[in-house]
Design a protein. Structure first.
Length: 548
């Protein structure tokens, strides 16, 4: 641990059960500290063996969040970026797999020559190196480290041990341990129960860590007797028992935590001056979010509709863009596999805009294409993302350009019209992990296009995660028929955006705009998509009135 550490480190562990919202609590604490002028970042350490979540399917792990530098990361990094308007990187998400990979690479290189390589100290040293990596820049006042999983899990042990050791590497005012736990309410007994938390803290103590602050997830307010009991049995100060009651929106959590004085406790324990946070903009956002003047119905066509976490960033982008338009966005989840030519009109009936989601593989493709055809022919606002663009291109080739067998070679390797195809560089790659076109790429917008007006500038940068691309052989045909390439990657000569000239709002993008929408900087594409949906709604109201 050679290099000087200048940041203060807060470690967030979880107990009793998973899914307590460590990511949201960490992001909320980060927000409250940032709102006091501190420079904050958040990192997540995940105890599974995969090198990154890039190879995990959404059923296992929800959305895979991609950073500017092309890291495929845990969806909690999305919360960190959306709450704090920071950019994260590969260094902000480290798994057991990566730690072991690094250690084994060093061992093969001969770095440990003569030594037996062991969990302690080699694995724990590698974990600590990574805990402190973001500290090397000297850029941060505070680094929050979220440890994935639960205390007591076998696979979490080396991380918890590394946290114990990290405390010794840091001066006492630079280390803080927060434990997030659950206080269940037993309906039959009509009681909140502290025992699971006592056990969880006991497990942490066995590992040598005394939590400084307990954040308690609960359905009901914590009465003072419960707080006292928790303080006594878990050996924390009474004012360090923080209630985290179920919130209406994740964006309320920073204000709940403010009420509970979580950041004040943190500041006083880390011997930092207590100042007032400036949450004006955040509160303005919440004001708009909670007092919408209008409402739209947006369809989300995808194949994981029973699993909203798979489209987390898209859903959050709608929340941001809705608030910006003072409009409530109701999302109707539509399974692409259920859409047929016969029922597409009914499935999409009453929607004011439809987003066709990213995805991989053949399942649900026909339904997506059918939906896009309906949106194109009926002038309903459409936003296609990644696979959504590829389906829009396929639909246009099949139904407008008279190529009924047109396809992406991902779906039909033998198609006579491969309108979407692999780039040559991708053709020789056999590994799956980390081999797509990943991360931020520049894009130049076409002057006079809708996209240019939406972004209000010519040069943009957006994040990617895909293997297949539009096949430029077909570009002239597409443009002649009114499907315009509105954004191009000049370095790679790739079409990144298509818009349909004759349609009020038919836009598809090869990148993922949803990865860059934040509470304080909602993404312009989503803002304008909601705006278009609102317009469509008004026009359809008028049409209905005329028909009556
Ligand atoms: N499966 C497509 C590709 O790999 C699209 C990926 C996506 O939608 N993220 O190019």
């Amino acid at each position: 641990m050679g290099s000087a550490k200048t940041a203060k480190h807060i470690f967030v562990t979880g107990g009793v059960t998973s899914s307590l919202g460590k990511g949201i609590i960490s992001a909320s604490l980060g927000k409250l500290l940032q709102a006091r002028g501190l420079s904050v970042t958040i990192q997540k350490f995940d105890p599974y063996i995969n090198i990154d979540p890039g190879t995990l399917n959404p059923y296992e792990h929800g959305e895979c969040y991609v950073t500017d530098d092309g890291a495929e990361t845990d969806l909690d990094l999305g919360h960190y970026e959306r709450f704090l308007s920071i950019t994260t990187s590969q260094a902000n998400n480290v798994t057991t797999g990566r730690i072991y990979h690094n250690v084994i690479t060093k061992e093969r290189r001969g770095d440990y020559l003569g030594k037996t390589v062991q969990v302690i100290p080699h694995i724990t040293d590698e974990i600590k190196n990574n805990f402190f990596k973001l500290d090397e820049s000297g850029e941060y006042d505070i680094i929050i480290t979220e440890i994935g999983g639960c205390v007591g899990d076998i696979e979490s042990l080396p991380f918890i041990e590394a946290v114990r050791q990290a405390k010794l590497d840091l001066s006492p005012n630079d280390f803080l341990s927060i434990h997030l736990t659950l206080i269940p309410y037993l309906h039959a007994a009509k009681e909140l129960k502290t025992k699971p938390t006592q056990h969880s803290v006991k497990q942490l103590l066995e590992a040598g860590i005394q939590p400084d602050i307990l954040v308690c997830r609960t359905e009901l307010p914590l009465p003072i007797e419960i707080r006292k009991k928790l303080a006594l049995f878990c050996n924390v100060q009474l004012n360090c028992v923080i209630e985290a009651i179920d919130a209406e929106s994740i964006y309320d959590v920073p204000l709940h935590m403010r009420k509970e004085k979580l950041a004040d406790r943190v500041l006083s324990k880390l011997k930092l001056p207590k100042t007032e946070p400036d949450l004006t903009k955040w509160k303005e956002f919440l004001g708009r979010l909670k007092n919408p003047v209008e409402e739209v119905e947006i369809g989300l066509v995808g194949k994981y509709v029973e699993l909203p976490d798979a489209y987390k960033s898209i859903v959050e982008s709608f929340t941001h863009a809705g608030a910006e338009n003072e409009c409530k966005v109701n999302i109707r989840w539509i399974s692409s596999e259920d859409i047929t030519p016969a029922n597409v009109g009914d499935s999409l009936h009453g929607l004011h805009g439809v987003l066709v989601a990213p995805g991989f593989g053949e399942r649900g493709i026909q339904g997506k294409i059918e939906a896009i055809r309906h949106l194109r022919e009926n002038e309903i606002p459409f936003l296609g993302i990644c696979l959504g663009l590829q389906c829009a291109v396929t639909e246009f080739a099949r139904n407008v350009l008279n190529m009924p067998k047109a396809s992406s070679t991902e779906i039909d390797p033998n198609t006579p019209h491969p309108v979407i195809d692999l780039m040559n560089e991708q053709k020789t790659i056999t590994d799956k992990g980390g081999t797509m076109r990943l991360g931020a790429y520049p894009c130049t917008l076409t002057k006079g296009s809708k996209l240019y007006a939406i972004y209000g500038k010519m040069h943009i940068s957006e994040r990617h995660r895909h293997r297949y691309e539009f096949n430029n052989q077909y570009l002239a045909e597409f443009e002649n028929a009114g499907m315009i390439a509105a954004g191009i990657n000049m370095d790679l000569n790739l079409v990144e955006i298509f818009e349909l000239k004759s349609h009020p709002w038919f836009i598809s993008v090869q990148f993922h705009p949803e990865l860059k929408s934040t509470v304080l900087n909602p993404h312009p594409l989503f803002i304008r998509f909601i705006e278009a949906a609102l317009k469509f709604r008004k026009v359809s109201f008028k049409k209905e009135a005329i028909n009556l």
